[in-house]
Write a protein that binds this ligand. Structure first.
Ligand code: GDP
Length: 342
């Protein structure tokens, strides 16, 4: 019989206890403790992050999870969201619903990225407060930080300088969400926390070449180039920017830890603490996929921010670490892509 607080973490980095709580420093000793009978609303449960959180909650034995498909509940509809919360009265909310996209989509559609995200998060956060939600986890993004933030980026870098123009609208939307959570905490004592995941990838990622993020796009490009026996694969930008990539299942395990252990209005980063250049990523993906041609660079496409590596000291100090190395995560995602998207 073991308890989490006795540092009995599994190889997946974090696991609920298999025994009753032991007392001192235990994750389950506080008034904010999350338990398996709590009603948890995962907003955005069919997206990459929401579906990973859902898988993790189910695997951990949470049995009272509420979800709504987009056709059932339009999260941009204020009165529909208010009615849903008034009726369901969840205890816990995870805000994984958002309009997301890669550098091209963000750059070309700032209006949609700003408006839709503001609507979704305002509706959820406000209704969560009105209906007495006990804890809410709002998920942001590493792009909320200034373009030239110190690296690795500490949480304190927020609002310390101008944003990267290609995703400024999305970032402003997410910053507004953080500030709204903090405002509900300050004014009404709400326990609404905000976490900032780094670049994520994994099952249910978007593999559309126009709107996806880089890792999913390059997986698809390498796969198709291999099938066509192409000589070269076109990668956007110069290949010099550096990004940090975290498998979404690792992000989900961090989210559960934060639900159970983190009750501060201060934002907290979720990342693996390592970054690679886009060139290195492209080479790794070609290797995993088995594409042996050359890389060609389309420098008419933007590079975006030069580097995005999060400082994850705060999260690590809570006892969390990632479990899925990048190469393995890419291989697993490629397998998922072949089964589900080809
Ligand atoms: P970002 O992290 O917000 O910049 O978003 P992305 O994941 O879309 O892009 C990261 C970096 O990968 C940028 O420097 C892109 O120019 C580069 N990149 C290279 N090839 C591609 C591609 O095919 N799709 C995308 N989305 N980005 C690419």
């Amino acid at each position: 019989m073991r308890c989490v607080c006795a540092a009995d973490f599994c190889s997946l980095s974090f696991q609920r206890p298999v025994a009753p709580i032991c007392g001192k420093d235990c994750l389950f000793d506080g008034v904010n403790a999350v338990n398996k009978s709590n009603k948890i609303f995962v907003a955005g449960h069919s997206g990459m992050v929401g579906s990973a959180v859902l898988r993790r909650l189910e695997a951990e034995g949470f049995g009272n999870i509420v979800m709504r498909a987009r056709a059932q509940l339009d999260l941009t509809d204020e009165s529909a969201v208010a009615k849903f919360f008034a009726k369901e009265k969840p205890d816990i909310v995870v805000v994984a619903a958002a309009k997301v996209g890669g550098i091209k989509a963000n750059n070309e559609h700032p209006v949609e990225f700003l408006l839709e995200n503001l609507r979704i998060q305002n509706n959820i956060i406000h209704s969560a407060h009105e209906s007495g939600v006990r804890k809410l986890l709002f998920l942001g993004s590493s792009c909320i930080y200034p373009k030239f933030a110190p690296q690795p980026i500490p949480e304190t870098a927020l609002l310390g300088g101008p944003l990267e123009p290609t995703n400024e609208a999305y970032a402003i939307g997410k910053i507004a969400g953080i500030k709204l959570c903090q405002a509900y905490g300050r004014e009404y004592g709400a326990n609404f926390i905000s976490a900032m995941p780094t670049n994520l990838y994994g099952p249910n990622d978007n593999f559309d070449l126009e709107t996806s993020h880089v890792l999913a796009a390059l997986l698809r490009k390498a796969h198709e180039a291999k099938l066509r026996k192409d000589q070269k694969l076109i990668v956007w930008g110069t290949g010099k920017p550096r990004r940090e990539f975290l498998h979404v299942d690792d992000c989900a395990s961090a989210c559960l830890l934060l639900l159970e252990k983190y009750d501060s209005p201060e934002i907290i980063n979720i990342g693996c603490g390592e970054d690679i250049s886009i060139r290195e990523l492209a080479e790794l993906i070609c290797d995993v996929v088995g594409f042996n041609g050359d890389l060609a660079w389309d420098t008419t496409k933007p590079d975006g921010t030069p580097r995005k590596l999060l400082d994850v000291t705060k999260l690590r100090d809570l006892g969390w670490k990632p479990a899925i190395p990048l190469r393995e995560g890419i291989a697993r995602t490629y397998e998922w892509f072949r089964v589900n998207c080809v």
